[in-house]
Design a protein around this ligand. Structure first.
Ligand code: SF4
Ligand code: SF4
Length: 359
């Protein structure tokens, strides 16, 4: 991780400012070269209005004003933007910066990706045919495996990110063992079909589709196994608190968290529209965000979203169960072994390449 002085200031600002969100996810583009089933993003053909590089930098400055700590860039495929290196370089000066790739482009964009703190490659299974079926493109599994290898060899913090669904739930433990044995951290997503809120940014999946985990005990069993595995190996990037929340939902149909959309996290789309999550309608733009963040209108939305029970995406749960300083410190405690693992890895890369990982 590039630990610069500017990043230190961002972290300090986050803790000094009260009510600042920790996390922003930015869907930089709707363009995508894959055809994942159930995803409606790639169906969109109107690419007009995508923000320029300068507009994105202004947006990032506004997120700094707000005290945001961490940014995740996704899409579409954000690596389809020509200026992605410049965006990552700017973002990682101030924020802990992660970028997603579906595995198709990363190997060709090493120079741009060296600016990111983490690169997450989405890959769902070790079964080549199944992965290609899920991504809707032949050769996607091989490309993803090649990207992971290329980035690892280039000293970039690459993680593999499977979406747990009906298709792979019983493979997740073997999948996790395979990658952690090779010192590639695993960062899970969990499939969920989106509720049809009016004006939502975009939707994924439909009720009773082929991804839905209907036999809930299968997921509960996997969660218990992940917790056990975490005790014996490094590189599993999920906290016990998040796992407990999901387990309680799937085992006992009980939600133990209140959603913290527009409190601890927010999302931004390719047009610069800001929403609580991708399932909800825009509430403002990235350009007006600092002015309206504390408005009564956004307070009303916060209140509404805190009672919402319409999704169980792991990232949104993670940012809902780890809030404020106490919650964020508990991430450090839970993930301490992984933090040490990453720092050791960077020191080794530094020794091998002579390139400093901090500014
Ligand atoms: S899920 Fe992601 S990679 Fe797949 S088609 Fe949709 S935007 Fe592209
Ligand atoms: S629970 Fe929160 S993140 Fe999920 S749909 Fe509702 S408002 Fe969005």
């Amino acid at each position: 991780m590039r630990l610069s002085t500017l990043k230190g200031v961002t972290i300090l600002k986050h803790y000094i400012k009260s009510n600042s969100p920790a996390h922003a996810q930015w869907f930089l583009t709707r363009r995508c070269n894959y055809r994942c089933k159930g995803c409606e993003v790639w169906l969109e053909k109107d690419y007009s209005g995508e923000l320029s590089t300068e507009e994105i930098k202004i947006g990032l400055d506004n997120l700094r004003k707000l005290g945001v700590l961490e940014i995740v860039f996704s899409g579409g495929n954000p690596l389809l933007r020509e200026d992605i290196g410049e965006i990552l370089e700017y973002s990682s000066r101030y924020f802990i910066t992660t970028i997603y790739d579906n595995g198709s482009i990363a190997a060709e964009k090493v120079d741009a990706l060296k600016y990111a703190d983490f690169v997450a490659i989405s890959l769902d299974t070790l079964d080549e045919k199944k992965n290609d079926y899920l991504k809707g493109v032949a050769g996607s599994w091989r490309k993803a495996m090649n990207s992971i290898e290329t980035l690892k060899n280039a000293g970039i913090n690459v993680c593999v990110s499977p979406t747990i669904s009906h298709f792979n739930v019983d493979e997740i433990i073997d999948f996790t063992k395979y990658f952690t044995e090779r010192k590639i951290p695993v960062w899970y997503c969990l499939y969920w079909y989106d509720y049809a809120f009016e004006g939502r940014l975009f939707g994924i999946g439909t009720k009773n589709d082929e991804y839905e985990i209907v036999e809930k005990e299968r997921l509960v069993r996997v969660i218990d196994e992940i917790r056990e595995l975490k005790k014996e190996r490094k590189g599993i990037f999920i906290t016990d608190k998040t796992l407990e929340a999901v387990r309680e939902l799937y085992a006992n149909d009980r939600r133990t968290w209140n959603c913290k959309a527009l409190q601890n996290f927010l999302v931004i789309d390719h047009l610069g529209r800001v929403a609580g999550c991708h399932c909800r309608e825009p509430v403002t733009t990235i350009f007006e965000l600092p002015e309206v963040w504390k408005s009564p209108e956004l307070d009303r939305k916060r209140e509404e979203y805190s009672k919402c029970t319409k999704c169980a995406y792991l990232c949104y749960i993670f940012y809902s169960v780890h809030t404020n300083t106490v919650g964020e410190m508990s991430i450090l405690r839970d993930q301490w072994a992984n933090i040490k693992f990453l720092l050791e890895k960077e020191n080794t890369a530094e020794k091998l390449t002579g390139i400093k990982t901090s500014q």
